[in-house]
Design a protein around this ligand. Structure first.
Ligand code: AMP
Length: 500
């Protein structure tokens, strides 16, 4: 009965006949079976249709992470709608932009924000869902029967995810049923997920990583999840002995390494630790292997492309690289229109069923980044080594141009990160009256006694003069967003006046 809906039929297939098996174990709440998950999603779909949802309509959702929010995602797609999750950190002013741009039929938000959201929701119906899964959305599903998913094909939209960034410049990446299904099916097979897996799911579900990589891969495999509302070292370490896999951002790994309860014994049942969404330091990779005996598998992707590269499941997982283009994904690295030889840096482009349909109502932006022959210009600088492993060097907009010379922040960061007394670093370009931009290194020290002079002098022998930081700044921690990405934009703004 799910057959007519391209994505839902696939997400459902692995659990047919397994309805009584457990899908989610949730702290302080009753567990949920696969049968309950899909029955609840059907009720959500019925409620949305009664609210006036028609195929192709958007459902904007800014709620805490709950299993009901997952049912709302599945229910939206079942009803033929387009799921539009929003970061819970966005302010009403920011949400106002997204609602104005996407004109959803329904907005679901936390009850505490309903009044404020109603002022910016336009014609959309405002519904609520709180951190316990309660609210008007829950009331709307009570007493409902089953729902036959609306027919939707491979090319119909299933979701719009706004790329990170705030207000005006955020772009809505349109993702089709096939974009999502094909990528997650391939990842399930590549990473060998099966019904026997139990995945630690502690990522937010307003982002591609937690929503599509973690949730869709688990459903497509018929695997269960340890469903955690957020990163919580206690809960993750408690779940680890009965789990088999974890997907995390690099900060998950660094924070867990800070906890003495992370041991080989505790990780003995685990078969796979995956990291992505931001670069994993080689040092973290090595420390994790020492402590747990596991080599973290690092992969690379983005909202617009789903997952594009991954280190191998069986072969060598090379620290500092994001592995090879995934099956069905073509990748090339170009500089000024020409594909560059191995070892040289250029902009990474990818093509395949994983690549999105374009930016919502932004044909010019789409045309700039998505070429007519299907190649998508990721904006990430990368290089590929002789063995085919891809390394991400940074975002092209983070490239520093000083006195006319290009400086790749990653090259300088890697040297600084290797120095004793350094935890991590971020290299940025800030306006400079003579050089255009000046290289500035922001460094997080480890332990006592790290000095800016020692860092600066440690680079003298290793780097050409133009690559050496004009200034080194010590900070307690780098600004990061919820996905663990270092916010270089915030650093550039903070230090914009350094050389004024
Ligand atoms: P988002 O669309 O929020 O998922 O952000 C995608 C961006 O995150 C990519 O374009 C990369 O710049 C970065 N990214 C994702 N995974 C990795 C990784 N494993 N290593 C380095 N950067 C990554």
């Amino acid at each position: 009965m799910y057959d007519a809906n391209y994505l839902i039929s696939r997400l459902h297939a692995a659990s047919v006949g397994q309805e009584t098996r457990n899908f989610a174990r949730i702290p302080q709440r009753a567990s949920m079976t696969f049968g309950e998950l899909f029955a609840g999603a059907e009720r959500m779909a019925g409620a949305l249709v009664d609210l006036g949802l028609e195929p192709g309509d958007r459902v904007a959702v800014q709620v805490e992470k709950t299993i009901e929010a997952i049912q709302l995602y599945l229910g939206t797609v079942m009803a033929g709608g387009v799921f539009l999750p929003l970061n819970t950190a966005y302010t009403t002013a920011e949400v106002s932009y997204f609602l104005g741009d996407a004109t959803p039929r329904v907005v679901v938000c936390d009850p505490a924000r309903a009044e404020a959201i109603a002022t910016v929701a336009g014609a959309a119906k405002v519904m609520t869902l709180d951190a316990k899964g309660r609210g008007t959305m829950e009331e709307a599903v009570v007493g409902r029967g089953g729902f036959t998913p609306v027919a939707r094909g491979a090319d119909d939209l299933a979701a719009i995810l706004y790329t990170s960034g705030t207000t005006g410049r955020s772009k809505g990446a349109m993702l089709s049923h096939k974009n999502l299904a094909s990528n997650s099916e391939m990842l399930r097979d590549y990473w060998q997920f099966t019904k026997s897996d139990n995945l630690i799911h502690a990522l937010p579900i307003f982002h591609t990583h937690g929503l599509f990589v973690a949730t869709n891969v688990a459903l497509l495999a018929g695997a269960s999840v340890e469903f955690l509302a957020r990163f919580d070292a206690d809960q993750i370490l408690e779940a680890m002995p009965r789990a088999t896999a974890m997907m995390g951002v690099p900060t998950f790994y660094t924070r867990l390494l800070d906890d003495p309860r992370l041991t080989k014994d505790r990780a003995a049942n685990m078969r796979l630790f995956i990291s992505g969404s931001a670069p994993l330091l080689v040092d973290t990779h090595e420390k994790w292997e020492d402590r747990t005996g596991h080599r973290i598998l690092e992969r690379y992707g983005m909202t617009e492309t789903n997952m594009s590269t991954s280190n191998p499941y069986d072969g060598e997982r090379r620290a500092g690289t994001v592995g090879f283009p995934l099956p069905g994904v073509e990748a090339r690295i170009r500089n000024e229109g020409e594909v560059v030889p191995a070892g040289e840096i250029g902009v990474l482009e990818v093509r395949g069923d994983n690549v999105f349909q374009g930016y919502w109502q932004m044909p010019e932006k789409t045309a700039e980044e998505l070429l007519p022959d299907g190649w998508f210009i990721t904006g990430d600088l990368a290089k590929v080594d002789e063995d085919g492993y891809v390394t991400i060097v940074g975002r092209s907009k983070d490239l520093v141009i000083t006195g006319g010379f290009n400086v790749y922040p990653k090259e300088v960061e890697a040297l600084i990160d290797d120095m004793p007394g350094v935890k991590e670093s971020a290299v940025i370009g800030v306006p400079h009256p003579d050089f255009g931009e000046a290289v500035v290194a922001v460094v997080v020290p480890e332990g006592e006694g790290t000095s800016t002079e020692a860092i600066a002098s440690g680079l003298v022998e290793q780097l050409a003069k133009f690559k050496q930081p004009k200034t080194v700044i010590l900070l307690d921690e780098l600004p990061r967003n919820t996905m663990g990405k270092v916010q270089k934009k915030a650093l550039r703004e903070e230090y914009a006046g350094l050389f004024a």
